[in-house]
Design a protein around this ligand. Structure first.
Ligand code: NDP
Ligand code: GDR
Length: 375
């Protein structure tokens, strides 16, 4: 509730409210947009970092930037980059946040094999840059810092389910970079007594998911196939298993992690795992296109093998170009600590609800180009 004060003519008027200030890096991404919505609804002033690009690059924030969006006047975008230390110092000096959510990263695992050095800079050294910028601007004892760590740290399977004590074995340049960031956060917590914590988040998806991550690639293709705009979906490893949750539920946990008295690291997951094949089957079924799997996947000389059939037509094929040099075969998280200490509900959105929301949204967006503003 805003506080009230007497004006010169005796009427009561709202006094300025001391609002919490948050800074989100990666605000233009999937999680950043949901987190910005959550923090605005909680009364925060929200500053977001955007990168310079040659074309429009924040469609996920379009609705928040609209004057009609509730509290859009409390949302501000600034140019900066995690690999530009000076720009981070400037944004911290100008905005003086109490909470920083470091979501910015080159976040695509397969792409990291093509861009290993850039991924190391943005997703690894970028974390150190931000931590050092906090110290350089004298905020180290007033700010609370959240780092977007990842289940990719577990990589090669050493234990199931994976929890805060499971050993790490990264399997990609992305995961190696994130491992550096993970330890930088722990180190700054121990060395400088900073409130800095890692959220070890398992895969989380939504209609806002980037289009080349497997779930969104599937739901977008299902919509296009349903509407007769695409013939076939090409995928890589159908047997990989992931613990998939909803991004909207997961950003709530990021916030909860910064509301504790002491900084700690948490695994955030649903506690269930599913294959890519099963996700695809559910997505086609939701669109009224039940697929039948043909034969066992293997590679022909052309690198392509028929996989999913619908009424005699092949609608899913495996293509070797989507295989990774080193794969993470199985992820399954144990969210017990988050459930107990943060009071977080890991099963808020079920996998089936997630699939349905994504497929329905993609069908709507494929039919109406303006519909994306709703998602
Ligand atoms: P997205 O790929 O959707 O968003 C990544 C964000 O990082 C974008 O805003 C992007 O900006 C920004 N970014 C990229 N490079 C830089 C840079 N050099 N400086 C500043 N910003 C940069 O990712 P998600 O929203 O899915 O994920 C958010 C974070 O959580 C990432 O760090 C990711 O690695 C991590 N994570 C994600 C999980 C998931 O399942 N989604 C699971 C575990 C961890 P631009 O829009 O300009 O490209
Ligand atoms: P992931 O997500 O690598 O787990 O990283 P992605 O959706 O890219 O892959 C999941 C699994 O699906 C298999 N797969 C395919 N993947 C893609 N992208 N495209 C395909 O055509 C395809 N076919 C099969 C992959 O081999 C993999 O096993 C995501 C990112 O958000 C990271 O930033 C985050 O840290 C982790 O989740 C947790």
């Amino acid at each position: 509730m805003p506080s009230v004060a007497s004006s010169p003519n005796g009427a009561l008027e709202a006094a300025p409210v001391d609002r919490k200030v948050a800074l989100i890096t990666g605000v233009t991404g999937q999680d950043g947009s949901y987190l910005a919505e959550l923090l605005l609804a909680k009364g925060y002033v929200v500053h977001g970092l955007k990168r310079r690009a040659s074309s429009y690059n924040h469609p996920r924030l379009e609705h928040i930037l609209d004057d009609k969006y509730p509290n859009s006047e409390r949302f501000h975008l600034h140019y900066a980059d995690l690999i530009d230390f000076g720009s981070l110092c400037a944004i911290l000096r100008d905005t003086k946040p109490q909470e920083i959510y470091n979501l910015g990263a080159q976040s695509h695992v397969q792409v990291s094999f093509q861009l290993p050095q850039y991924t190391a800079e943005a997703s690894g050294v970028g974390v150190m840059n931000m931590l050092e910028a906090i110290r350089a601007t004298g905020l180290e004892h007033s700010v609370k810092f959240y780092q977007a760590s990842t289940s990719e740290l577990y990589g090669k399977v050493h234990a199931i389910p994976q929890d805060e004590e499971t050993p790490f074995h990264p399997r990609s340049p992305y995961a190696v970079a994130k491992l550096y960031g993970f330890w930088a956060v722990k180190n700054y917590r121990e060395a400088y007594d900073m409130y800095a914590c890692n959220g070890i988040l398992f895969n989380h998806e939504s209609p806002r998911r980037g289009e080349i991550f497997v779930t969104r690639k599937i739901t977008k293709a299902v919509a296009a196939i349903k509407l007769g705009k695409q013939e076939c979906l090409y995928l890589g490893n159908l047997d990989a298993k992931r613990d998939w949750g909803h991004a909207r539920d997961y950003v709530e946990c990021m916030w909860l992690m910064l509301q504790q008295d002491t900084a700690e690291d948490f695994v955030i997951a649903t506690g269930e795992t599913t294959t890519v094949r099963d996700f695809a089957e559910r997505a086609f079924a939701r669109a009224g296109l039940p697929i039948r799997w043909e034969g066992k996947p293997g590679l022909t000389e052309t690198g392509v093998v028929a996989e999913g059939e619908l009424a005699g037509k092949v609608v899913v094929r495996v293509n070797a170009k989507y295989f990774r040099p080193a794969e993470v075969e199985l992820l399954l998280g144990d969210p017990s600590k988050a459930r107990t200490k943060l009071g977080w509900n890991p099963q808020k959105t079920s996998l089936q609800q997630l699939v349905e929301e994504m497929v329905d949204a993609d069908i709507e967006m494929a039919s109406d180009p303006n519909a994306y503003l709703k998602y």
